[in-house]
Ligand binder design. Sequence first.
Ligand code: PLP
Length: 356
Amino acid sequence: MRSWAEINLDNLRHNINILKTIAGDSMLLPAIKADAYGHGIAEVFNVLISEGIKWVGVATFNEAEKLRKLDKATNILVFGPVETEDMRKAIDMNIAFPLTSMDEIDFLNENNLAPRVHLAVDTGMGRIGFSRNSLDEVKRKTEENSKINVEGIFSHLSSADTSPEYTKRQLEDFKKIVEKFPKIKYRHILNSFGSMQFSESKYDIIRPGIILYGGIKKENAFSYDFKPVMALKSRVSFIKKLENNSFISYNRKYEGRAGEKIATVSIGYADGIRRDLTGKGEVVINNRRCRIAGTICMDQLMVSIPEDLEVNVGDTVEFFGENIHIEEVAEKCGTISYEILCGIGQRVTRIYVGEK
Ligand SMILES: *Cc1c(COP(=O)(O)O)cnc(C)c1O
C-alpha cells in the first residue's frame, strides 16, 4: 500500500475510558465532525456506541444525516446553524440542531414546526448564537404559541487552551444565563480543554473532541494519558546515491552532497503532508529520525538518509504516530493538530487496527 493512516481503535477505547472518568455524572457528547477529525466517522461512531455513548456532535446536517442512517437511537446534535430547507428533514430524522437567530425562531413558529433544539448563546466566542440581552425575547418566542422543543442550551469556549481568565469569564456568564432557564434539560459548554480543567462547569453534558483522538501531547493534557489514535505512514518507493552535489525537488531548496543517500516516499501535500514542512520536517524510518529533503511535492517527497542507516524500497516511513507526536508536526507547520488531522487526504487509506 502506498500510504495509509493507521487508526488504533484500542487507543480510541482507552481515550473514551479517560473521558468517562472526566465526565463523571455528566454525559459525553464527543465531537465527531469532519469525518471524526479525519479518523472515519462511521468507524468512530460504532466504537462510541459500543462503549455506551448516548450523544454525538457533528458540524453539519449532512454529517448528522449520515449518522442517523447508521443508528436510530443515539442522540445527534449539529453544532452549526442548519439551513431552514433542512430543518424539516432534521425533525423527521430526530436530529437536534442549534437555535441561533430570531429569524430561525420565526421560521419554525410560522411553519408550526416542533424541532429538538439547543439554544446557542454567545458568551465570548463570537461565532454563533444569541447575546445575553436577547434572551428574554428568545424565551418569550419559544414559549408562547410555539412548538419548538428547547431541550438544550449551550455555549462554546474560545480560549480554554490559552486563557483561564477569559474562560472563567465565559463560564460565569454561562452560569448566569442558564439560571434564567431552569426548565432546560441539557446544559453544556465544555470542550476538550475546558473538560480537563473546569470540572465545576460540566453541567449535564461535556463536548470533548481533540482529546478523544489523542491529538494533544501529555505535557499539554494536564497529565491525562490520552493515546494518539492515528498514525500516518507511507513507504520508500525509490532510493539513489547522489553521484555529484545536486539539488533535490522543486526550486532547489535542498542541495545534496555527492554520496548522500536520498529516498523518495510516495506521499505529498495532496495527502496532507503540509508544504510548511519543507526544510524542517522529519520522518522515522527503521527507528531513526531522518530529515525531509527539499520541497514537499503534491504526491511525493524526498528524505535524506543517514550514511549508517540501511533503508530499502518498501520500508515503512512514519510521519506521525508512535515516534513523532502529531503536535510536533503541527507546531512545525505553525498550526494545531486538528488542522493536520482534518487535512489527511481522502486518498490515504484508513486502516483500522484493534477491536472494532
Ligand atoms: C468542535 C467542537 C467541540 C470540540 O472541540 P475540541 O476543541 O476538539 O474539544 C465542542 N463543541 C463545539 C460546538 C465544537 O464545534
